[in-house]
Design a protein around this ligand. Structure first.
Ligand code: ATP
Ligand code: MG
Length: 387
């Protein structure tokens, strides 16, 4: 709709994970290296986790788009599959006929297929996306599949990608055998503020944008603050920003424009209050925060006015982690003061909680004491009756 207004040949912020738009942030680069390292090893599991919308599927698609020709890859996106179902699904992905076959037959056919690949100098890779949905037994079944070997070399290698919930699944005590086969794992974090700006520019240019940036530096900072650097959120939001720019016939997008779009989308979407309140900041209601404060606020998911630990390891450095400019002694003192306030409040809350716990314990002890006394009296009475 707005592409021609900006001279674009494609929509820059489409939601489909498209390898053509792959942006190699620090974490995406690292995760990609792990996947490639895993491929070069030819064995073991690689596990990539990440928050919702941070780019796991995009990463998988990019890997598959650039995969070497001697690798036959299959990608499965898993709903909750049982062990039997996953075996069927894997076989089907490798074009094995599973019709009216028992699990044993399917496993045999799969092994034969993998073996024949190996004889042709090829190997098989299984990419399991949304792996957080897999029950433990199904992950265990994947481990069993990795046992197919020829001359000590596994015939099938698997990579697991999933949301954070995958981590506790893999940490379960009975997953030790699986854990021992993980050769590398990596967690995708959201983009940093600098990367968020670069990501926006990168996607704009990939869609045909030419010339200077359409967005002011302040606008990019606001976009980061609103989206917290999560690529899917950036995409959805940027689509609205571009639409707004088109409707308003803008040739440059500033902080003020971003504020208006935030206000608009906060009204329409089920945006958490914390983000919506940010829209109010845009209209000058809240005092400005330094980027250092904002980083802490963003990291904890709290606004700066709520309880948020404001000193992070970066902050103990002398530079603002975002702008890399030295913090003034006044800024450092302000941060320290907020930190002290935060811990004071937290200690007070802790003291209250402990007081409650002690009161409860005292009441319980009194109650037990009463019961014991009662029992003792009954006991004495019974004894007397006996005599
Ligand atoms: N490194 C990246 N380069 C370019 N676009 C990206 C990148 N990471 C994420 N995106 C974009 O962000 C959006 C979400 O990415 P993706 O679907 O890969 O996330 P996900 O981690 O798989 O999410 P979910 O947890 O919901 O499965 C997509 O539109 C994708 O294009
Ligand atoms: Mg995904």
């Amino acid at each position: 709709m707005y592409e021609s207004h900006y001279g674009l040949v494609a929509k820059p912020f489409q939601l489909t994970p498209d390898p053509k738009f792959f942006f190699a942030s620090k974490w995406h680069k690292r995760a990609m290296s792990y996947l490639q390292y895993g491929l070069s090893q030819g064995e073991g599991f690689i596990v990539i986790t990440g928050d919702v919308g941070t780019g796991k599927t995009t990463l998988a698609n990019s890997l598959l788009a650039n995969i070497e020709t001697d690798i036959i890859a299959a990608q499965i996106v898993t709903p909750k599959l049982s062990p039997d179902e996953i075996v069927k699904m894997v076989a089907a992905k490798f074009a094995i006929d599973i019709h009216n076959k028992s699990k044993t037959d399917i496993l045999k056919a799969l092994e034969d297929y993998l073996y024949s690949l190996s004889k042709q100098g090829l190997r098989a890779l299984l990419l399991v996306d949304e792996a957080q949905n897999l029950p433990l037994e199904t992950i265990e079944e994947l481990r069993m599949l990795s046992n197919f070997q020829q001359d000590g070399k596994p015939l099938l290698q698997s990579f697991l990608l999933g949301q954070e919930e995958l981590q506790p699944i893999l940490r379960a005590p009975n997953m030790e055998q699986f854990r021992q086969r993980i050769v590398a794992s990596c967690h995708l974090s959201p983009l940093t503020m600098v990367e968020c700006g670069e990501y926006i520019e990168y996607r704009m240019r990939n869609a045909g944008w030419e010339g200077d940036s359409l967005f002011s530096d302040g606008a990019k900072t606001e976009i980061y603050r609103f989206t917290k650097g999560i690529p899917r959120k950036i995409n959805t939001f940027m689509d609205r920003v571009l639409l707004f720019g088109f409707l308003e016939n803008l040739n440059g997008i500033t902080t003020e424009h971003i504020g208006k779009v935030i206000a608009e989308v906060s009204k329409e979407m089920f945006t958490p209050e914390e983000m919506a309140s940010h829209a109010a900041d845009q209209e000058g209601e809240a005092p400005a925060t330094s980027s250092a404060q904002q980083v802490a606020a963003d990291k904890t998911g709290h606004s700066t006015s709520s309880l948020a630990p404001l000193i992070t390891p970066e902050k103990l450095l002398n530079n603002d982690p975002i702008t890399d400019k030295p913090l003034t002694s006044e800024q450092r003192r302000a941060l320290l003061e907020q930190e002290v306030d935060y811990y004071k409040t937290m200690l007070n809350e802790l003291v209250d909680a402990l007081d409650d716990a002690i009161t409860h314990k005292v009441k319980l002890t009194q109650y037990i004491d009463k019961l014991l006394k009662k029992k003792y009296k009954t006991y004495v009475k019974l004894k007397e009756d006996e005599e």
